[in-house]
Design a protein around this ligand. Structure first.
Ligand SMILES: N[C@@H](CCC(=O)N[C@@H](CS)C(=O)NCC(=O)O)C(=O)O
Length: 213
């Protein structure tokens, strides 16, 4: 198996965390010919990463790839057993996918137009408020050092972006005002599975910054 993706992408990082939490050895590789090549579009017609090549089966969309890994490699489980607790995990992942990551990533691709950037920040703020309310109401269990839940895998790279990268683009300290999310970031920042992925993302950001000049 291999995962087509990029170290800087929070979507790829989410899947890499799930892979490592399950003790799997699946390499992260560049898309063949680039993300918009005919070869890659044949794998994912959206031209987006990550894509899992699961020995011939192609799985796209980071949330679906994580659920595929959970089904294919059930031990260790990254989802709890009870339906309500499973729903809570999936709610976190869905809020991130729909309301947090899109405005966060678009904010980092600054347009120079302050009205557009303010609208993106407003969307991000609303998504984070919803996430803060949900994780305050139904706290996620603290991850053991050797594992992470699927919600942790999705949250950790997003919070890393908010904490380490967003300050380059916005003055707002978005975690300071959200204690439940801030506490989660504190737990992830020193987690043995998260720290190497965070280092890889930071190295990729440095390289990206140098390429942009
Ligand atoms: N919903 C997708 C989003 C993936 C996504 O947006 N990936 C970005 C990398 S961070 C990408 O491939 N962007 C290139 C593009 O949209 O053309 C997922 O969860 O996998």
């Amino acid at each position: 198996m291999k995962l087509y993706g990029a170290a800087l992408s929070p979507y790829s990082a989410r899947v890499m965390l799930a892979i490592r939490a399950k003790g799997l050895e699946i390499p992260l590789v560049d898309p063949p010919g680039g993300q918009k090549s005919a070869a890659f579009l044949a794998l994912n017609p959206m031209g987006k990463t990550p894509v899992l090549d699961a020995d011939g089966a192609v799985v796209i969309e980071s949330a679906v790839i994580c659920e595929f890994l959970e089904d294919a490699f059930p031990d260790p489980a990254l989802l709890p057993a009870q339906p309500a607790a499973r729903a809570a995990q999936r709610t976190v992942a869905r809020l991130l996918d729909l309301y947090v990551l899109p405005p966060l990533l678009s904010l980092m691709a600054q347009t120079g137009d302050s009205t557009i950037n303010a609208a993106r920040l407003d969307k991000l703020t609303r998504g984070l408020d919803a996430l803060e309310a949900v994780v305050s109401r139904t706290p996620l269990p603290a991850p053991a050092p050797t594992t992470l839940s699927l919600a942790d895998c999705a949250l950790a790279p997003t919070l890393l972006f908010l904490e380490r990268f967003l300050p380059r683009y916005s003055q707002e300290d978005l975690l300071a005002k959200r204690p439940a999310l801030a506490a989660l970031w504190t737990a992830y920042a020193s987690h043995p599975l998260v720290t190497p992925v965070a280092r890889e993302m930071e190295r990729a950001l440095e390289a990206f910054g140098q390429r942009r000049g």
